[in-house]
Write a protein that binds this ligand. Structure first.
Ligand SMILES: Nc1nc2c(c(=O)[nH]1)N[C@H]1C(S)=C(S)[C@@H](COP(=O)(O)O)O[C@H]1N2
Ligand SMILES: [Mo]
Length: 206
């Protein structure tokens, strides 16, 4: 297993130094879902990798769990101003999934994540490469609960947490950007917590 430590400094001490502007540390882990929690049985679970990849594929739960896992120790930041520091997450890296799909074609500029219940979010391809993103199954060595996106969710911790789509079902690589659910409803298209990219310019008019 690959283990990547993104600067975890332990509990207490100077955790404020790594809180992005406008964020507050929480100890409990809030649940934030637009709508009800879907219950996805692992028997019905599939992950589709398609679009601008050389060999599009669909993995079932058994296939997916045979893949090598990558562990990330890092912080998460929600646009509603809570951050949880030093979380340990396990899953299959997007690098490995892309490799399994024969690599990206030159048209792969963005990735669109679609979930079982229809939530979508968009990311530039560069933001999901080089161990920055997982299809995660575990947090703190526990399988993800349904509320937190289990059996598996996208995990892209360097961007606001709405980009980490729960109940992930499909990753489609595309040439042209397609803003997702929150991105068309006033959230920023990119969502860098360190630049406080919370809302789109348009949303500031409200
Ligand atoms: N499918 C889906 N994924 C989602 C959401 C959602 O409503 N549906 N909410 C997003 C938002 S706004 C946040 S902050 C995180 C919250 O994840 P958590 O409930 O595990 O804390 O999930 C993100 N992923
Ligand atoms: Mo959020």
């Amino acid at each position: 297993m690959t283990v990547i430590n993104k600067g975890f400094v332990g509990k207490g001490g100077d955790s404020h130094k790594r809180l992005p502007p406008g964020q507050t540390e929480v100890i409990q882990w809030p649940v934030l879902t637009y709508g009800p929690t879907p219950k996805i049985d692992t028997e019905d679970w599939t992950l589709i990798i398609d679009g601008a990849v050389n060999t599009p594929l669909t993995l079932n739960w058994e296939d997916f769990n045979k893949l090598a896992k990558t562990q990330l120790t890092t912080d998460i930041h929600c646009v509603t101003r809570w951050s949880r520091l030093g979380m340990v997450w396990d899953g299959v890296s997007l690098d490995d999934l892309i490799g399994l799909a024969g690599g990206l074609t030159p048209k792969a500029k963005f990735v669109i994540a679609t979930t079982f219940e229809g939530y979508t979010t968009n990311l530039p391809v560069q933001d999901v490469l080089n161990n920055q993103a997982l299809v995660a199954t575990h947090a703190h060595n526990e399988p993800l609960s349904a509320e937190h996106g289990g059996p598996a969710r996208l995990f892209v911790p360097h961007l606001y947490f709405w980009k980490s789509a729960k109940w992930i079902h499909r990753l489609t690589f595309v040439e042209h950007d397609q803003p997702g659910f929150w991105e068309v409803n006033g959230y920023h298209n990119y969502g860098d917590p360190w630049k406080e990219e919370r809302y789109s310019d348009y949303a500031h008019y409200y």
